[in-house]
Each structure stands twice: as structure tokens, then as C-alpha cells.
Design a protein around this ligand. Structure first.
Ligand code: GLU
Length: 496
């Protein structure tokens, strides 16, 4: 175990098999937080030796998501550091050297059993209702047998010789004292027949060589820890402190997975979540400060986060809570940052829709957005939701069938109202200001003795193609006289 004041070194060690999903992002964040809190180092290590599941392009996706979240690493790919390389596929010479040592010390041995042979034995045991464990057939081979087999090109794996009847003890920060007897562990493979190490082997060597002081990772690895401790012991390595994070479940109580909808950080970015909200929400998955506080800025988390306040109880992923937190951060964001984020969102939207028919052009967006922000800030929970509220300010609207027929069977005389609205707006003199717009429009309501709500409905459909719009007078002001009148005219044409 570590001395308390030892410099903290933690790592996030993803296997590049897909996007960075919520569970892994939480692991990365808890490691990052702990490093930030203790002034320690946060290391990124890519565990890419499982070629069956490897997807090269996901290394980039994972690191981009980490960077987007602001979880920058002190050592790792793109950052260097004195314990590299930080990609396991570039560390095979290191594993080989350590494996030879184990073989010489008779702590590991060659195994020439074929996968077919092992599979058959396993299946037979299972049929008999027994637990399968490798029978150590190859442990009995003489040095000559081994030499002959190797020379004749027989494929082999290397197995770790698990010491018999030993008790493995370790204390997990979250799960407490764990005791396992080696009788339940078979001589597991440490080097596969393709020459690459298995997870439990390379992870232990790397954590030791990279001087990792605290291993913080998902609960699914708790059962791997005894095997890793055997490797630490075989090399006389000190072992780190272990903290296993509780499982994350979907609302149905099943382990969170793709079935539960978007779970990759990339998807959340696309959906218009902001990083402060995601980090805040991730922190609540398994950690709590006082059971009731929900909002924590990253700097508060750095102060308040403690490994000892992580609880074992699986946490349920609650999309609506995340959404609420996101809305909170948007409402409280300063307008200049929100402006940047919204502009980016709208530009991406325009690019994806290939919209070239911009009524007022992207320039208009830039000029108008500052005025639009206060109107929509309280109404959106994601940046993406802003698209419907912002784009009609400068993209030509095309009336839906519903809008075209909206007043067909209604009592209001929409063309008459709109003609009056046209005139009233046209008469607004000087600056086209919301206050004057309001004054002129309310007069119509008085003259017709009709509630303003009814009139507003007609105007909204005409200028917004919807019964819902941001506050009406401000919306008209921002649209501008010319564009508002143009839309009113167009809509009158449609319904007359
Ligand atoms: N590569 C492992 C994974 O992605 C890392 C587990 C660990 O942190 O030890 O699950």
C-alpha cells in the first residue's frame, strides 16, 4: 500500500473498442478529479492488445471526447511522459522481458494445448456440472518437450502458475475487504498465442511500471483484481489502492447499454449538452456530497470530491435529470459563451441541412443572436433545442399544411386581422422597437374587441409558422419590419 503522502498517479485505461460512453467517461472523470484534488498526475493509457475487439479509429474518438470534456492528461498519447509508451501495443518488448523472467523463475509456463482441446474439456466439465479449471497438462512438459514443440512451430500461450492455496487479501475503498483463495483461480493465460498479453497481465505490469498509486475503475473489474495482485506479487511490485466504482444501470434496472438510448459522450455533444452539465451529472453517478445537493461546478467538485464518499449502490442513469442540469447550466451561462456555442450549433445545423436559401444570411445570425439569446435562454434545455427557436429569424420559413389550413374552420377572420397587423406595423415609426410594436398591435385588439391572445395566435402562425414562438413583440423587433411584413403578406396570400 502507498504511504499517504506519496504523489498521486492515476490513470484512465480505455480499450479502443467504441465511443467513450457514460460509464467510461465517469471513470475518466473520477480519476481526473482525484488527480486535480491531490495535485497528482492523470495518465491516459490505451489498452489495445485485444485485436479481436480493437477499432483503431476509436482511439481518436475517445481522446476527442476526453478533450471536449476538458479531461486533459499529463502523460499519455500526445503528451509524452517518462513512463511511456502509453499504448500497450507499443510495449510488447517490455511484456516479453517480464514474461521471460517469470518463466525462468518457474512462475509461468508454456502451454501448447489447442483452443479446440481446451474447449472440449471445458464443455465436458460443464456437462458434468463441474467447474472447469485448466488441468496443468503442459506444466508437466520437460524442457526438451518444450524445445521440440517450439522448434516444430507449434503455437503456444504462456500461463501464469497460480500459487496453490494462498489467500489474496485487498481492501477496496468502496467494497471493503476482499478475500479470495487461489483455489478458485486457474493458471490463467498471460500471453496469447499471437504474442500479445492478456488484460490482467499487461494492466498489472503497466500500473506498476507507470507508478500508479490509485486504480479507480468500474466495478466490473473487481473480480479481475485478485489475478492482478498475483502478478504484482510475482514481481514483488507494490500494489496500488483500489477503488471500484458502482455499476450504472438504466431505468429498467439493467446494466446501462446502448439499448437505453444514447450513452456515448459524442451523442450528447451532438444533442447539445454542455460539458459542465455532463461532468456535473457524471459526478452524481455513485458519488454524493450530502445526498441532496445536485449542482456542483467542476471547481467545487475538485474541492469536495472524496474517494471515501463513493457508494456501492448501483446508480441509475436518469436522462431527465441530466437534461434538467443541462438547462440549469444554459440558463446560468454568460451570454458571450452561450453565443459562441449557439452559433456553432446553428452553423452545424445549416451545414447538415445544406441550406443555401438564407433569407438574411449567416451575417444576420451574428448580428441578431445577441438580441435573441435573452429571449430563449430560459426556454432551452439543450443547445439543439435552440435551432427551432433561432433559425426562423433568418431562414425562410415554409408553411406546414397545418399552418396553411389553421384558420379554416375557426371563427377569427385571419386575413382581416393580418391586413390590420400589416398596416399597424408599417406605421411604427422610427426604430422598430418592441414597445411601439406592442402599442400598435394592442390597438387592433381594442378596435376589434377581440382578445389579444387570438390576435397573437394569427400573427405567430403568419410570421413563425407555429403557435409557439419566443416573446412576440421582441420576436417581431428582431425579425425587422421588412421581413415581418413580407411574411405577413405571404401568409395572407396563402389563406385568402
Ligand atoms: N482496458 C480496461 C477497460 O477498458 C481497463 C480496466 C482498468 O482500468 O483496469 O475496461
Amino acid at each position: 500500500m502507498n504511504e499517504k503522502n506519496k504523489d498521486v498517479r492515476v490513470r484512465f485505461a480505455p480499450s479502443p473498442t467504441g465511443y467513450l460512453h457514460v460509464g467510461s467517461a465517469r471513470t475518466a472523470f473520477f480519476n481526473w478529479l482525484y488527480a486535480a484534488k491531490t495535485g497528482g498526475k492523470f495518465i491516459l493509457r490505451i489498452e489495445d492488445t485485444d485485436i479481436a475487439r480493437h477499432q483503431e479509429e476509436t482511439i481518436n474518438l475517445i481522446s476527442e471526447s476526453l478533450k471536449w470534456l476538458g479531461l486533459n492528461w499529463d502523460e499519455g498519447p500526445e503528451a509524452s511522459g517518462k513512463y511511456g509508451p502509453y499504448r500497450q501495443s507499443l510495449r510488447t518488448d517490455i511484456y516479453r522481458e517480464y514474461t521471460l523472467r517469470l518463466i525462468q523463475e518457474k512462475k509461468a509456463y508454456y502451454c501448447f494445448c489447442s483452443p479446440e482441446e481446451l474447449k472440449e474439456k471445458r464443455e465436458n466439465k460443464i456437462k458434468e456440472g463441474k467447474i472447469y479449471k485448466y488441468n496443468r497438462k503442459c506444466l508437466k512438459l520437460t524442457p526438451e518437450d518444450i524445445q521440440d514443440n517450439i522448434e516444430s512451430g507449434k503455437p503456444y500461450a504462456i500461463r501464469f502458475l497460480v500459487p496453490e492455496n494462498k489467500t489474496i487479501n485487498f481492501k477496496d475503498t468502496v467494497y471493503g475487504d476482499i478475500t479470495v483463495n487461489t483455489a478458485s483461480i486457474e493458471d490463467f493465460i498471460i500471453i496469447r498465442s499471437n504474442g500479445l498479453p492478456t488484460y490482467n497481465y499487461s494492466v498489472a505490469i503497466d500500473d506498476a511500471l507507470m507508478k500508479i498509486t490509485h486504480v479507480i475503475r468500474g466495478e466490473d473489474h473487481l473480480s479481475n483484481t485478485p489475478k492482478q495482485i498475483l502478478i504484482y506479487n510475482a514481481f514483488n511490485f507494490n500494489f496500488p489502492d483500489f477503488t471500484h466504482l458502482p455499476m450504472i444501470l438504466g431505468q429498467d434496472g439493467q446494466k446501462l447499454s446502448k439499448r437505453h438510448g444514447s450513452i456515448s459522450i459524442e451523442k450528447y455533444i451532438e444533442e447539445g449538452f454542455v460539458k459542465e452539465a455532463i461532468l456535473n451529472y457524471l459526478a452524481l453517478l455513485g458519488w454524493s456530497y450530502d445526498e441532496k445537493t445536485t449542482i456542483f461546478s467542476t471547481s467545487e467538485l475538485i474541492k469536495k470530491f472524496e474517494l471515501s464518499s463513493i457508494n456501492k449502490k448501483p446508480s441509475k442513469f436518469d436522462y431527465n435529470k441530466l437534461l434538467w442540469i443541462n438547462g440549469y447550466y444554459i440558463r446560468n451561462m454568460d451570454n458571450s459563451r452561450l453565443k459562441q456555442l449557439l452559433e456553432k450549433q446553428i452553423r452545424n445545423y445549416l451545414a447538415s441541412k445544406n441550406i443555401i436559401d438564407l433569407e438574411n444570411g449567416v451575417k444576420q445570425l451574428e448580428q441578431k443572436i445577441e438580441k435573441i439569446i435573452p429571449l430563449i435562454k430560459e426556454r432551452i434545455k439543450t443547445l439543439k433545442e435552440s435551432i427551432d427557436l433561432i433559425s426562423p429569424f433568418f431562414i425562410k420559413i415554409s408553411y406546414s399544411d397545418e399552418s396553411k389550413t389553421y384558420f379554416k374552420n375557426k371563427k377569427v377572420n385571419a386575413p382581416d386581422i393580418l391586413n390590420r397587423v400589416y398596416k399597424a406595423l408599417n406605421e411604427v415609426s422610427g426604430k422598430f422597437h418592441a414597445k411601439d410594436i406592442e402599442k400598435n398591435l394592442r390597438l387592433i385588439s381594442e378596435r376589434l374587441n377581440l382578445s389579444f391572445r387570438k390576435i397573437a395566435e394569427v400573427i405567430r402562425i403568419a410570421i413563425w409558422n407555429s403557435t409557439i414562438s419566443p416573446p412576440l413583440f421582441e420576436t417581431i423587433e428582431i425579425l425587422g419590419k421588412e421581413l415581418t411584413l413580407k411574411r405577413i403578406n405571404e401568409y395572407i396570400g396563402i389563406i385568402s
